[in-house]
Design a protein around this ligand. Structure first.
Ligand SMILES: [Zn+2]
Length: 242
């Protein structure tokens, strides 16, 4: 049985097929680029645990950033010639948000947070050390630098669907756009995010993958929070954790 037609729910998947993929190895280690019709995605592992920070470059010299976890200077250098229109995070673990405040200040871009992520980072819903430390770092930002991350985001006509995908953390979300899906620590190539911290649940993680990610179709590219890109088909067939 083929994947269900999700066009109504995920309109951003509708027309633009990936025209071609271009993997470029820069001088920097492990930096990859994926290019599609309307965007160019640069994946840059940052910090000690090499969390993937993604810069998605759009038409008109704009970009948005997903998971600026560390090494703000490196991230800011990468976007120095671009106008950054937003900063997103897949979840509030420190390795994904550690450089968020500095990158927001350096670019002037707003941070988009779900209400749950905002609660965790403001300390009103604290779940574990990583979130508490993250809250300390991000709380330096003024509240008017945060914007609501609802079910949809639109950056100059470039649409992003925000999928609720709890399991690794209760506030985990995934971002779906024409290029693929950014899963954070929900799903890796042949792996899944840890479920040993407070607020984690392997059962819930599997449920999120099966109900929110698998239906996107086998050819959909997965941009994970750690490690290289993969596809939904590859993970459906060969991920030992699912
Ligand atoms: Zn995490």
């Amino acid at each position: 049985m083929g994947p269900p037609d999700l066009c109504d729910r995920h309109s951003c998947l509708k027309p633009a097929p990936v025209r071609f993929l271009l993997y470029t190895h820069f001088g920097m280690s492990n930096v990859n680029q994926t290019e599609t019709e309307n965007c160019k995605i640069t994946r840059m592992p940052v910090g000690f645990v090499e969390a993937n920070c993604y810069v998605v470059e759009l038409e008109g010299n704009t970009c948005f950033i997903i998971d600026p976890g560390a090494e703000a200077r490196k991230i800011l250098a990468l976007v120095s010639s671009l106008s950054c229109v937003g900063i997103l995070c897949t979840h509030t673990h420190l390795d994904h948000i550690g450089a968020m405040a500095k990158v927001a200040k350096g670019t002037g871009a707003p941070i988009f947070l779900t209400s749950e992520q905002r609660q965790i980072l403001s300390g009103s819903s604290v779940s574990g050390f990583a979130a508490r430390l993250g809250a300390f770092l991000v709380s330096k930002l003024r509240s008017d630098e945060h914007k609501e991350c609802g079910n949809k985001l639109d950056f100059g006509g470039f649409e992003i669907s925000v999928l609720k995908t709890p399991g690794h953390t209760s506030d985990s979300i995934s971002f779906l756009c024409e290029a693929g899906v950014f899963t954070g620590d929900l799903l890796f190539r042949h792996g899944v995010g840890g479920t040993y911290l407070k607020g984690s649940s392997l059962e819930e993680l599997r449920h999120s993958v099966v109900t929110e990610i698998f239906p996107l179709g086998d050819d959909t590219i997965v941009f994970p929070g750690h490690g290289p890109e993969t596809t939904i088909g590859e993970e459906r067939r060969n991920n030992p954790f699912l």
